[in-house]
Design a binder for this molecule. Structure first.
Ligand SMILES: Nc1ncnc2c1ncn2[C@@H]1O[C@H](COP(=O)(O)OP(=O)(O)OP(=O)(O)O)[C@@H](O)[C@H]1O
Ligand SMILES: [Mg+2]
Length: 331
């Protein structure tokens, strides 16, 4: 048995829509080890959520085609029945969804929502489930967990609600937690608290984490490796340090420049990447980023670049006209 918790190979997710086939994930391959935090970054619409949902085996069965392979702790997800997936959800893999309000039932006490997962998935009785739910709420930093257990989601602030969502995801001690934009909509101080919480829970529970964000700043100090996505594909990947300081793909640089920095004065205008992401319903020729790229050459418009190895082990980029390797001293 390898120590790889997750092996994704040539994963493709295509939606059949009235406008034609939309390839939201277009041939993604990567591995994730035990106890590792992987950051997945990319602009809105780059396919982060579709990738996460495909790894979870959560795509609807109709009008979607998924090919390739997702091995989760040795279990193949692609093509697995919902019944087979149910056995993996919560215990092997759990997800904190992008919109925390939709993952909590507004008319159900939060304790009950966690209880249910424990009773259905782990077969716990009512008392054991209640005790465990209170323990989980305490673990994620909900004060007076015993009384808050009976509160409704609307009685919590945004940050506290996100803690509840995390507690629910962790109910069955998953080996992998996928957190999709877990801090969007929260103010900066609360964002840091939630990210710190995820970090400490990861250590405490010895799990792996996939942290999805459009903001490279969020994953800078949290992830050991980073995947950069554009138009459903990986355009650069590597150790966090390499992606930050030795990136070769112009899109990675553009993302870094658009990332808000704590040192920015309030209301600083961020450099946004000019142009729009491509329409995924039309066939892509060449590099999908070429129309927006200041460095694009003729070849970039006609031939699709594949991921090639950079200098450092595990660092790869897909670009015909990459940025020069930046010497450490130039940082
Ligand atoms: N059910 C669907 N049918 C058709 N197209 C879809 C469907 N779901 C997602 N898409 C398309 O797939 C692409 C990727 O969407 P996805 O939600 O994964 O982006 P994202 O990177 O998570 O963006 P964001 O940062 O805004 O959350 C988008 O172009 C989106 O319109
Ligand atoms: Mg998303």
């Amino acid at each position: 048995m390898s120590d790889r918790l997750l092996e994704v190979r040539d994963l493709r997710t295509t939606f059949r829509t009235v406008a034609g086939a939309v390839q939201a994930v277009g041939g993604v391959s990567f591995d994730l080890g035990a106890n590792e935090t992987l950051g997945i970054v990319g602009e809105s619409g780059s396919g982060k959520t579709v990738l996460a949902r495909t790894i979870m085996g959560l795509q609807p069965r109709t009008n979607v085609e998924v090919t390739g392979s997702v091995l989760l702790n040795g279990h193949e997800v692609v093509g697995a029945s919902e019944r087979a997936m149910r056995a993996l959800w919560a215990t092997e893999v759990a997800m904190v969804f992008q919109d925390p309000m939709t993952s909590l039932n507004p008319v159900m006490r939060i304790g009950k929502q966690i209880d249910e997962t424990l009773r259905v998935r782990l077969g716990m009785d009512r008392h054991a489930a209640r005790a465990r739910a209170i323990e989980l709420l305490t673990m994620v930093g909900i004060p007076s967990a015993e009384s808050r257990y009976r509160a409704y989601p609307t009685e919590f602030s945004g940050g506290m609600r996100q803690r509840v969502v995390i507690a629910a995801a962790l109910a069955c001690s998953p080996k992998l937690l996928i957190a999709d934009e877990p801090t969007t909509g929260l103010d900066v101080t609360i964002q840091a608290q939630i990210l710190n919480l995820l970090d400490s829970l990861k250590q405490q529970l010895a799990m792996s984490v996939i942290l999805i964000t459009h903001d490279l700043g969020v994953v800078a100090t949290r992830a050991s490796r980073i995947i950069v996505m554009y138009a459903g594909r990986i355009v650069e990947m590597g150790d966090t340090r390499d992606v930050f300081y030795h990136h070769r793909m112009p899109y990675t640089r553009a993302l870094l420049q658009s990332s808000p920095k704590v040192s920015n004065a309030p209301h600083t205008r961020l450099a946004v990447i000019p142009g729009r992401p491509p329409n995924l319903a039309t066939a892509q020729v060449g590099c999908a980023f070429a129309p927006r790229c200041a460095y694009a050459t003729e070849q970039c418009h006609t031939e699709r670049p594949v991921l090639v190895e950079a200098a450092a082990p595990g660092h790869r980029f897909a670009c015909w006209n990459p940025l020069p390797e930046v010497a450490e001293a130039l940082r």
